[in-house]
Design a protein around this ligand. Structure first.
Ligand code: KG4
Ligand code: ZN
Length: 345
């Protein structure tokens, strides 16, 4: 069926994944190639923007080739080129945009700029295979902790976000403080398996506040004190044994998950909506998923969490470009990247 359908090539390079996908008009994904840079950034304990842009440069063309080959198509079969242009790391976004502009211009087909966050939320629409709007969208990754009210796939309004670190970043930074491997989220989740989530009561910022914003910087400070002791404290903190690391991991994980789930509950309550779409790498967390399910069933809401390959950065979610094309939202030679998060209210 898809052989006779229009096809688009989607490109994604907003952070540290170089990705390309071929997607048909009916949203079926013919290929979805992702080259992760996690290994390159591991030794620095976080994504180094300059390293990321250089790696995108090296990988972009091979990844596009792989995506076309895996789909069994050539450049001449394409109807449009989609590319993530915002938000993200400026150098990384520019590599993807330059590749996309070059292809669109030489093939004389439309260029479709894609908002990376809207694409994350669209992954839920793809997985559901049906209309899921209006919905609350929640993108929770190493770079974002953003809540949205989604009227449709292309009309999303930011209703809450972090005022400092993203939730994934909090996992990564706390894990580094505890001497756990990068990326911190999965390592901390593993360490937490043997720990007591009630061992240390960490702060849960804005938990009882009506606002839908997040803050994780106080949590980091609290973990530092739990490891090294409070300044001027009369007693020394407990020794950092493997059991203490497990207890701290479990307690931190519980604190972060409590906040994330509480804000989703509040967003559903305040909006009266009953659909919750999740995107971003933190969705891999088992405690987060199970507490979300529990909360959703209490709220008589449906939570849609795509499989991990569609939660973490990928180009298949660039399928949203078909909806943007329908809405006439195409780019041109002047199209530029927008690294920061634009608040649409
Ligand atoms: O979406 P993603 O792959 O990349 C971007 O940040 O754009 O998300 C990566 C983030 C990292 O901060 C990582 O620590 C976190 O997601 N993460 C997790 C887990 N797996 C990945 N956080 C908590 N628990 C996990 N199992
Ligand atoms: Zn992302």
């Amino acid at each position: 069926m898809t052989a006779f359908q229009p096809l688009l090539l989607a490109i994604e390079s907003s952070c540290d994944e170089t990705a390309a996908a071929v997607i048909a008009r009916d949203l079926s994904v013919l290929s979805n190639v992702v080259a992760s840079q996690a290994g390159l950034h591991e030794r620095y304990g976080g994504v180094v923007p300059e390293v990321a842009s250089r790696a995108h440069l090296q990988r972009m063309l091979p990844v596009i080739d792989d995506a076309l080959n895996a789909a069994g198509v050539t450049l001449q079969d394409l109807t449009a080129i989609a590319v993530a242009t915002e938000p993200g790391l400026v150098g990384s976004l520019l590599v993807g945009l330059t590749a996309a502009k070059t292809l669109a211009l030489t093939l004389d087909i439309p260029l479709v700029p894609v908002n990376h966050i809207e694409a994350h939320l669209f992954a839920c629409r793809m997985i559901a295979g049906r209309d899921i709007y209006p919905a609350i969208g929640f993108v929770v990754s190493g770079g974002h902790t953003n809540l949205y009210r989604c009227r449709s796939e292309t009309e999303v309004e930011l209703i809450g976000s972090t005022i400092d670190d993203a939730a994934g970043e909090a996992f990564d930074k706390v894990a580094a403080m505890l001497g756990l491997d990068y990326p911190g989220g999965p390592s901390l989740e593993k360490a937490a398996l043997n720990g007591d989530p009630r061992a240390v009561l960490f702060p849960r910022a804005f938990l009882r506040d009506d606002r839908l914003d997040f803050s994780f910087s106080g949590l980091k400070t609290a973990v530092r004190y739990a490891i090294h002791g409070q300044p001027n404290a009369k007693t020394a903190p407990p020794p950092v044994t493997p059991q203490r690391i497990a207890d701290l991991s479990a307690s931190v994980q519980q604190a972060i998950v409590d906040i994330l789930v509480a804000k989703c509950r509040q967003a559903l309550k305040q909006s009266g909506l009953r659909q919750l779409c999740i995107g971003g790498g933190v969705a891999a967390n088992t405690l987060f998923r199970s507490q979300l399910e529990l909360m959703a069933s209490e709220m008589h809401a449906e939570v849609i969490v795509p499989p991990m390959s569609y939660c973490t950065d990928n180009a298949a979610m660039g399928a949203i470009a078909w909806k943007l094309l329908d809405a006439g939202r195409v780019g041109n030679w002047e199209t530029d990247v927008v690294p920061g998060l634009v608040r649409k209210r």
